[in-house]
Design a protein around this ligand. Structure first.
Ligand SMILES: [Fe+2]
Ligand SMILES: [Fe+2]
Length: 139
């Protein structure tokens, strides 16, 4: 495990979305610290709960952006959110039921979010959204 650092490839160009992603990264690093500083089970659990709650809020916000802009790949993107959400929820539940290793699992889900989902799904959406609003301004 290692902490997260912001990379240029994470930038979507959409201010609110990028702000959310940076917040998720901060929360992920807070979890990393909690896990490695011997902060205890309660602190790790609280950190995981915050991550899951904020990430779900972020997914809804992003889906709202997709809806209002009529994004043609909204369905598959939403399915990816649903899959990540289900995985994270399952791990959180296991953590609440006293399976300490689940926090490492959740950290892996976050890795997948940054390494795969953001560059492969969110970035193309950001490009679509910005191109579309640029067109709208011109037209
Ligand atoms: Fe997304
Ligand atoms: Fe996102």
């Amino acid at each position: 495990m290692e902490p997260f650092f912001w990379k240029l490839s994470y930038d979507t160009g959409l201010k609110q979305i990028d702000r959310d992603h940076r917040m998720i990264l901060e929360l992920a690093n807070a979890l990393y610290t909690a896990m490695h500083s011997g902060a205890g089970r309660a602190a790790v659990l609280r950190s995981c709960q915050q991550i899951v709650a904020f990430t779900e809020e972020h997914f809804s916000r992003e889906e709202q952006y997709m809806k209002v802009s009529g994004y043609h790949r909204a369905e598959e993107h939403k399915q990816e959110h649903a899959r990540l959400k289900e995985e994270a929820r399952g791990l959180l539940l296991r953590l609440e039921l006293d399976s300490p290793d689940s926090s490492t699992g959740l950290y892996q889900v976050l890795r997948e979010l940054f390494i795969e989902h953001i560059p492969e799904c969110d970035k193309p959406f950001g490009e679509y959204y910005l191109a579309r609003s640029h067109q709208a301004r011109q037209g």
